[in-house]
Design a binder for this molecule. Sequence first.
Ligand code: IPM
Ligand code: MN
Length: 346
Amino acid sequence: SRSINLAVIPGDGIGQEVVAEGLKVLSAVLPQDVKLETKEYDFGAKRYHATGETLTDADLDSLKRHDAILLGAIGDPSVPSGVLERGFLLKLRFAFDHHVNLRPSKLLPGVATPLAGQPEIDFVVVREGTEGPYTGNGGTIRKGTAHEVATEVSVNTAFGVERVVRDAFARAQARPRKKLTLVHKNNVLTFAGHLWTNIFNKVAEEYPEVTTDYIHVDAATIYLVTDPGRFDVIVTDNLFGDIITDLAAAVSGGIGVAASGNINPTREFPSMFEPVHGSAPDIAGQGKADPTATVLSVALLLRHLGYDAEADRIDAAVAADLTERAGQPARSTSAIGDALAVRVAG
Ligand code: IPM
Ligand code: MN
């Protein structure tokens, strides 16, 4: 019989609340014959304050043994900026080689957007997840002086760029519109930009059915607001992808519905699924957080593990729930989770 062995990391703030609802919906959608095993991990601010640790080698060994990881959010104002970001989230993404950071944006009916009208938005950003300026490759000299110099080197390898570009082409090929846009800044970042552009053009030859396009990242932020319908699949580097996916979330319903997957397509290590939003300490513990982004991340998780029908049921349940939500008074975190669980089961 089938089974899913899931590592659960609720984390800090609203992470606890939204993950509970994600698991509720996951249990409701799985067929009887699929055995769901979960193991909860206590990473985050509390563990850091108690032990000084963020993520140890032993933790990584333990996490490795799961089929996938569901993460709520990590981060708290009591921990200095950068400690949990580098010490937990980025460490995990790098250790498990999560090179495909998948961030879909779809404006569903009934969902408010700050854009004029109700534009068609249905694209997915394939953000490189293990390279670029995120590698921690840099340094400071003459620290604290008026002549301090800080470098933050963007690392781009042919191997790393090619594998994420290939993944993006395969995703574009599988979608009805079959369009792939490379977003970079190759007019200024000429070393990395040319590597990306050359590899993109080379792989494009293997995908004659995919329409390709190149846009500088600054221009891409304009189009995301003025003409988001032009995008189908976007491939871009780690930092550009971080920035444009927050904008993408803002125009397609906000971070309450933005889901993501940190994917290792080789399956050598488990992939990790998380809402794009953070721990939102200002509203934590009040039942105000929208668990929809986590529930949609559970759908990405199921799709990654091959449970396509169950993922489709979650997507449909969310679409129906969002349509019903429009114009109604706000519901609590658990009320939204309950409604989604009923829909996916029925
Ligand atoms: C995200 C976050 C992280 C990132 C931070 C918290 C390290 O902003 O998942 O988008 O920059 O990748
Ligand atoms: Mn971000």
